[in-house]
Design a protein around this ligand. Structure first.
Ligand SMILES: [Zn+2]
Length: 467
């Protein structure tokens, strides 16, 4: 890989901004200083803001096919039929991951955590397709296959009347066997591809599966990722099933540690915050999905006050029909001004980008490699075009990036020193190919059939006191 010198970029510093050069060599940042002699390809970064790349800390790439499809329903009700409409063809898995990667990169991300749905019985082909997609686009990716061993209805609070259900078609040993094969074949940190262990959530997982996931993560030093207390129904289920908070239960099982990212975490209680801080777990904030599904407002200001690491995520396109990281950051920043009248606690734009970059890198155990502009770290960063109309007038660029409505402002992106976007265009893939694939494959899909909801809905309405 050739050396690159980025000349004259604006970067935020403690007391404002400064203009500097950045030298990349062998994929790493080797110097940050003005007027570097420099070697290699020279990139003129005048009128460009340079920031470390962000993490899209929670998404489900195959849901790209469910964009604009799911009616306005809470999580439990759309999920009742979710798998009927989810992509299961290998080609769809590939293009779903490409689409997610492209959207992430073009909204400031250099890394994505894909909590990936794998069709039963086709796990190896499906993950191979996603890995191929991420390598093609050139984004760093943590791919945590969604795993579970309890059926859908077992994940609902049962109330006074238990719902009948068939067992889930795969049990923990079988799941762990294909997970082990996936790790052997696809975990490739040098290439920026990391396999994570992703039990879908305590609501769909036996204790045995959760414990074995933690063991697998320990054995191979893999990230752990799970949905946590996304909805009130999940909060009620934890009380019903364990008699203690879900966070306490996960701690008792040994699931929480510095490699653990917890998507949503909307229904946390105050005592949970201390556990998350003590175990160095990360909360992944998905504000758009939480609003779209009416799940609630995650207590992010309380997390920050308690010392819990926080990152941002888009969540899958079934529950956030877009995958724009800057949009998630904006909403996830200003939303909390409603939750605390003391404005001195509000998230500042600079805090927000630090959460998106360093908070994300910390969450996926990559803080030594990425997340900040530091000599010795990998060259994962983004240049934003300050001449773009949405970034003018030139007031405070970071504040405008977070609070504004930045429109196609990503000018250039490097991941591990490889240029993957230049002048706003993807260098690694022809966007027309993606357009064709999304158009054609969508045309071939069978019509949506919402059936299961009719059997779940009366129970859901009863337990949630909606009648
Ligand atoms: Zn999710």
């Amino acid at each position: 890989m050739s050396d690159t010198l980025i000349r004259g970029a604006l970067i935020p510093v403690e007391d404002g901004y400064t203009t500097t050069d950045i030298q990349i060599s062998a994929g790493k940042i080797v110097a940050i200083a003005p007027n570097l002699p420099g070697t290699g390809i020279e990139v003129n970064a005048a009128s460009k803001l340079l920031l470390p790349g962000f993490l899209n800390g929670h998404t489900h790439s195959s849901q790209a096919w469910q964009r604009g499809l799911i009616p306005p329903l809470p999580l439990e009700l759309w999920l009742a039929d979710g798998f009927d409409t989810s992509a299961s063809e290998i080609e769809q898995i590939y293009w779903g991951a490409v689409s997610t990667a492209v959207d992430t990169v073009l909204s400031g991300g250099t890394c994505v955590l894909d909590h990936l749905f794998l069709p039963l019985g086709h796990e190896m082909e499906a993950i191979a397709a996603a890995v191929q997609a991420y390598k093609t686009v050139g984004i760093r990716a943590v791919i945590a296959p969604l795993i579970m061993d309890l059926p859908f209805v077992a994940g609902l609070p049962q109330g006074r009347r238990s719902l009948t259900h068939k067992p889930y078609p795969q049990a923990a040993p079988e799941i762990l066997a294909w997970m082990a094969a996936i790790i052997t074949q696809f975990h490739e940190p040098e290439a920026g591809i990391y396999i994570g262990v992703g039990p879908t959530g305590f609501h769909r997982c036996s204790d045995e599966l959760l414990v074995r996931c933690a063991e697998l993560s320990d054995r191979h030093n893999l990230c752990r990722h799970t949905h946590l207390l996304e909805t009130k129904a999940q909060f009620m289920l934890a009380q019903e099933r364990y008699g203690i908070s879900a966070v306490k239960h996960l701690q008792n099982l040994g699931f929480l540690d510095h490699r653990t990212t917890l998507a949503h975490s909307v229904w946390l209680e105050d005592a949970d915050l201390e556990i998350l801080a003590d175990t160095k777990s990360t909360v992944v904030h998905n504000p758009l999905s939480n609003l779209r599904l009416g799940s609630g407002i995650a207590p992010i200001l309380k997390c920050i006050a308690a010392g819990v690491n926080v990152a941002f995520g888009c969540d899958g396109a079934a529950s956030n029909d877009g995958q724009d990281l800057l949009e998630a950051i904006k909403l996830g920043t200003i939303l909390h001004n409603l939750t605390d009248r003391d404005y001195t606690h509000w998230i500042t734009p600079r805090q927000a980008i630090a959460m998106a970059a360093m908070g994300g890198a910390t969450g996926v155990n990559l803080a030594a490699q990425t997340g900040s502009l530091t000599v010795g770290k990998d060259a994962d960063f983004v240049l934003y075009d300050l001449e773009n109309l949405s970034m003018l007038p030139r007031t405070d660029p970071v504040q405008l990036l977070v609070y504004g409505r930045p429109n196609q402002v990503v000018d250039s992106v490097w991941v591990k020193g490889r240029a993957i976007v230049a002048k706003g265009k993807l260098l690694t893939l022809d966007i027309e190919e993606l357009r064709q694939a999304l158009r054609q494959t969508r045309d071939q899909q069978s019509p949506t059939n919402f059936r299961t909801i009719h059997t779940i809905e009366p129970h859901y309405r009863t337990i949630m006191n909606l009648d």
